[in-house]
Design a protein around this ligand. Structure first.
Ligand code: ADP
Length: 307
């Protein structure tokens, strides 16, 4: 059984079908949940947290079935919502102790654990100040701290780098990486920032208009879609260029005798090596240049016919 299994899931708000008969399976790791606005990402998260009952379908998380075993699921899931959840006049310590008490910890345990997670997310003396004095980065850290307070096995993060400056964003990504790698926490990262996905995630779920566009390994998707390479061969390059033309591979010349090649979908990358062989030369460097992850997704989303 996979760590997360979703089978024929449909979720509606009245007449609006937000998730339309999707099925996928995920293994432990860092998982990117992506898709344009209205794709159904928030609805999927809310369904995983048991806030919405599906119209149909089966969900299993770490062996527990939803909605039947929702309390067991909530015990192992931490959630960092996108919206603000903190109270402005309360200190971070008081807020976290309150959260700890809500999940059943004694006051002493909640206090001890609050300091532990605040140390972990790097909130120092500011933890004793009312949260209305915090920067966006500090507030994001408090939200992350409350999500890991009860030592969850799964972490669901909704736009965790929203509103952060470049340094704050890198620090947040590093924290998420540490939590998932060092503590073995499976992390679902819902974001519109594709560089964050590329930076952290090994698997992705792509939704569009409530339908599943892709679920699986991120690297395989990138490998299967890259059709742009930067290649240099041992000079002279003329015969190699002739062979490329004959094969139907377009190229542009870059400085330092590098060729930028675009393969049509019908031609495999091995053809580049065959061209070099026929030209009697050898390839000195071969770098997949690809498009950005954003271009890759845009082309994937554009191609999918979702009614
Ligand atoms: P995403 O998070 O990917 O932007 P959502 O899950 O918020 O997508 O929305 C999916 C669909 O469900 C959209 O068509 C949206 O308008 C609709 N929707 C979301 N929340 C509600 C709601 N509370 N009531 C009615 N429709 C909703």
């Amino acid at each position: 059984m996979a760590f997360i299994e979703v089978e024929n899931l449909t979720v509606s708000y009245g007449e609006t079908v937000a998730i339309n008969d999707i099925s996928f399976q995920l293994e432990p790791g860092v998982i990117g949940l992506i898709g344009p606005n209205g794709a159904g990402k928030t609805t999927l998260i809310r369904t995983f947290l048991g806030f919405i009952r599906p119209v149909q379908g089966r969900i299993t998380i770490s062996g527990f079935s939803l909605p039947k075993e929702i309390l067991k699921v909530r015990a192992i899931v931490g959630h960092m919502p996108e919206r603000e959840v903190v109270s402005p006049k309360v200190t971070a310590v008081s807020f976290l102790v309150y959260c700890g008490r809500l999940v059943g910890m004694s006051y002493v345990d909640a206090l001890e654990r609050s300091h532990e997670v605040l140390n972990y997310v790097g909130l120092q003396e500011a933890r004793y100040r009312p949260m209305q004095t915090y920067s966006t980065g500090m507030l994001q850290r408090v939200k992350l701290a409350q999500a890991i307070l009860h030592d969850p096995k799964i972490l669901i993060l909704d736009e965790p780098t929203n509103g952060l400056d470049p340094d704050g964003r890198l620090e947040m990504l590093q924290l998420i990486r540490e939590i998932s790698e060092q503590r073995g926490v499976t992390t679902i990262l819902s974001t519109h920032l594709l560089p964050d996905v590329q930076n952290l995630c090994s698997q992705i779920v792509v939704l569009k208009k409530g339908k599943l566009v892709y679920c699986g390994d991120l690297q395989s998707l990138i490998d299967s879609k890259v059709n742009h390479y930067e290649v240099s061969v041992q000079p002279p390059m003329e015969t190699f260029k002739e062979e490329l033309k004959k094969t139907g591979i377009k190229f542009q010349e870059l400085p330092q005798e590098v060729l930028s090649l675009h393969l049509p979908e019908s031609i495999q990358q091995q053809e580049i090596f065959r061209c070099a062989q026929r030209a009697g030369t050898i390839i000195r460097s071969f770098v997949p240049a690809g498009g950005s992850l954003a271009e890759l997704f845009q082309s994937k989303l554009d191609k999918e016919e979702v009614s």
